[in-house]
Design a protein around this ligand. Structure first.
Ligand SMILES: Cc1ncc(COP(=O)(O)O)c(C=O)c1O
Length: 421
């Protein structure tokens, strides 16, 4: 019989039903503590910014806030969620490649601490709107350093066509954007932001990112007199989804980042005082579980399907980019496998496969399938496809649990529809 956050899985299921998203808060807090212990430096002020796109809800923001982390938001919805959670607006970092006027005005009105400006048009709009505020707003410029890192690969010259940020190769536009921002005395131009990818296992990718950015800041200082005090290196730190994944220990990545930054600052004297990182997935993926009820099974010439009562509507990652997961059948975690199964959801898409191939003991109708490491970009990307209501989300901690997001009802889902008589 397995437990999550000290609570028996069966108790969670009988109290809350399935499909259910459960977070082991003890695991999450241990991760937060690890970041807090290791991302520290004598040389720089360091900050860990939680990328709330990975999983945004008030309860989550409160936990992250209680550890002293900042919070990154990318939309009005995420911003409002963070504010409703009670976080000090000055601790919010507002991202996004296509912020609306409404979002920019709202961020300025609410005194959001830092806005990460994505492009020249945004710089112009921000400069214009910031003329009417009576407080300073801190701004970073998102740049694209031309380093793309995903899983075990990083490509130093790749990805100049990214939709995010301004390429370092586009120097005139980049400098123009900074000059526009600096025209406005209400805007404090603090420095640069870059995010080079996701699920990165290769610390060298971060080292290259830092070297590239410091050398660029040095060039900006020498050529244009532009100085930066803050460098935000983005997220991308890997999580362990299956046994094939071996994320670099956090202590090692933090040390590589801070040592490289220190070496580069010694070399260039750019004036950087503050270094931020923005982990999302690595903070919450491993703490999350999706619990499903197993329904029918089906044999085809080459496969044996186990169907579950959720699927791509609550976790689109396998369908979207072939993300891999591990799972077990509650109560039979230690039983020998009796076959290889394909775990499929109930949505009307052939691609609605949660796990393509997994060895499991024989499952019965009504058994609980526990899918592991679902805590990032799972619920956050959930949809109403096939009019499946969103599952409930529960936080389990030290043997107790509480619902943090109620299960959506079908009535709630349909309630936005107008009656046409
Ligand atoms: C700007 C930015 N920061 C942070 C993150 C978080 O990345 P991860 O969840 O891989 O740590 C993302 C993810 O897309 C991002 O775009």
């Amino acid at each position: 019989m397995s437990r999550i956050g000290g609570v028996p899985v069966r108790e969670l299921v009988s109290a809350c039903g399935t499909p259910l998203v459960v977070y082991d808060v003890d695991v999450m807090k241990a991760k937060l503590q690890e970041y807090r212990d290791h991302f520290v430096s004598d040389r720089f002020k360091t900050g860990v910014v939680y990328a709330s796109k990975a999983f945004s809800c008030k309860a989550m923001i409160r936990i992250v806030d209680s550890f002293g982390f900042l919070v990154d938001v990318v939309s009005l919805g995420e911003m409002v969620t963070a504010l409703l959670a009670g976080i000090d607006p000055s601790r919010i970092i507002f991202h996004g490649n296509n912020k609306s006027e409404e979002e920019i005005e709202y961020a300025l009105e609410k005194k959001i601490g830092t806005i990460v400006c994505d492009n020249l048009m945004e710089a112009m709009m921000l400069e214009e709107k910031a003329r009417y505020i009576d407080h300073p707003v801190h701004v970073l410029l998102r740049v694209n350093p031309g380093i793309e890192a995903h899983t075990h690969k990083y490509i130093v010259t790749g990805h100049i066509d990214s939709k995010f940020g301004i390429s370092l190769l586009d120097e005139s536009r980049l400098v123009h954007a900074i000059m526009v921002l600096r025209e406005n005395p209400n805007i404090c131009f603090d420095g640069l932001h870059a995010h080079i990818g996701s699920q990165i296992f290769e610390k060298q990718a971060f080292v290259e990112e830092i070297r590239t950015l410091f050398s660029y800041m040095n060039k900006m200082k020498e050529r244009y007199g532009i100085t930066c005090n803050t460098l935000d290196l983005g997220g991308g730190f890997a999580a362990r989804y299956t046994n094939e994944d071996a994320p670099i220990p956090l202590a090692e990545v933090c040390e590589a980042i801070l040592t490289t930054a220190q070496e580069e600052e010694d070399k260039y004297q750019t004036g950087i005082e503050r270094i931020w990182i923005e982990p999302g997935r690595s903070l919450c993926a491993e703490a999350g579980y999706n619990l499903y009820s197993i329904g029918f099974t089906k044999k085809t010439p080459n496969k044996t399907y186990l169907f579950v009562n959720g699927g791509m509507s609550d976790n689109i990652r396998p369908a979207l980019y072939q993300a891999k997961y591990d799972a077990y059948i509650e109560g039979r975690e230690n039983d020998a496998p009796e076959g290889t199964f394909t775990i499929a959801g109930k949505c009307c898409e052939s691609g609605d496969i949660l796990i393509e191939s997994i060895d499991l003991p024989k499952a019965h109708y009504g058994d609980i399938l526990v899918m592991k490491t679902t805590g990032a970009y799972g619920y956050a990307m959930a949809s109403h496809y096939n009019k499946l209501p969103l599952p409930a989300v529960v936080f389990a901690e030290s043997g107790k649990f509480r619902t943090v997001i109620r299960r959506e009802s079908i009535e709630h889902m349909i309630s936005l529809e107008e009656d046409e008589l």
